[in-house]
Design a protein around this ligand. Structure first.
Ligand SMILES: NC(=O)c1ccc[n+]([C@@H]2O[C@H](COP(=O)([O-])OP(=O)(O)OC[C@H]3O[C@@H](n4cnc5c(N)ncnc54)[C@H](O)[C@@H]3O)[C@@H](O)[C@H]2O)c1
Length: 267
């Protein structure tokens, strides 16, 4: 799996899944736009890539805002002469005034949580694809991989906006896939389960959450960011040349089960 001569852009590349993907693309020959709202994190990952002998450009950009989308795509194209691969991956929780709860059932859901989550998690992906597609067409085709979630395929308690945004990403992926399949652009998404990144830490600190989660995952462990990067890189690579419109679940078996309790004692 090589990306020599290719230009890739990863959003939310300063940490977790995005960082692992940016490092992975660069290690396999791509020149990489490392975009993150946190410029210092983007710088650190770009430096890590450069030190390892790769080529990267750090871009401080908000993937939830139109000017941020413009900065990361135009910046990558300007630096490296074009764009072949886009990994739309950025997500971060909204900051609320102290005392306001982010986790809530729909009847109590703070509208700021809804607006932030849809704007960054769904509209941001639409805007990035809209801006990137002409760049990919100018190269004769390319690949887009969006980070959705198993939370886009099924429902969770108290994160309804996230469930809705990620479900939107899954179907937006399919729409773009069928619209551009004949013009050489493949569009897929990865649906991670519970992955050990800073984004998951607040949930893991809820009493009982970590234990219950591990009990529900047949592999009995969290996923690693590098394991998601492997799926993203496969989808972006020529190995996946006949794959488009797919939502690939990578969750240690979590969603393969019905969820009904079993009478068989677990090993
Ligand atoms: N960790 C999980 O369990 C899990 C599960 C399913 C899906 N995901 C998805 O994976 C993606 C990556 O998350 P992660 O777990 O690697 O989290 P992470 O917190 O490790 O990394 C997310 C990165 O995105 C950046 N970011 C946040 N808001 C941004 C914005 N507006 N613009 C640009 N960058 C922004 C952060 O600064 C951070 O560096 C997200 O889309 C997330 O929803 C994560």
């Amino acid at each position: 799996m090589r990306f020599d001569g290719k230009v890739a852009l990863v959003s939310g590349a300063g940490s977790g899944i995005g960082r692992a993907t940016a490092v992975g693309f660069a290690a396999r020959g791509a020149r990489v736009g490392v975009a993150d709202i946190d410029g210092a994190r983007a710088d650190a990952v770009a430096q890590e890539i450069t030190k390892a002998g790769g080529t990267a450009l750090a871009i401080a950009a908000d993937a939830g805002a139109p000017d941020g989308i413009e900065a990361m795509i135009a910046g990558t194209v300007k630096a490296f002469g074009g764009l072949d691969i886009v990994h739309n991956n950025a997500f971060g929780q909204p900051t609320l005034p102290s005392g306001q709860r982010r986790l809530a059932f729909l009847g109590d859901l703070d509208e700021r949580v809804w607006t932030h989550t849809i704007e960054l998690g769904l509209t941001g992906v639409f805007r990035a694809m809209k801006r990137a597609i002409p760049e990919l067409l100018a190269r004769g085709g390319g690949a887009i991989v969006n980070t959705a979630s198993i939370s886009g395929l099924f429902a969770d308690f108290a994160i309804g906006a996230y469930n809705t945004a990620k479900a939107g990403v899954v179907n937006l992926t399919r729409v773009a896939a069928i619209e551009y399949a004949s013009r050489g652009i493949r569009v897929n998404c990865v649906c991670p389960g519970a992955i050990d990144t800073p984004l998951l830490q607040p949930s893991l600190s809820i009493p009982g959450f970590a234990e219950q989660t591990l009990q529900m995952i047949p592999m009995r462990r969290l996923g690693r960011p590098e394991e998601m990067a492997g799926v993203v890189m496969f989808l972006a690579s020529d190995l996946a040349s006949y794959v488009t419109g797919a939502a690939i679940v990578a969750d240690g078996g979590l969603t393969a089960q019905t969820g009904l309790p079993t009478r068989i004692p677990l090993p």
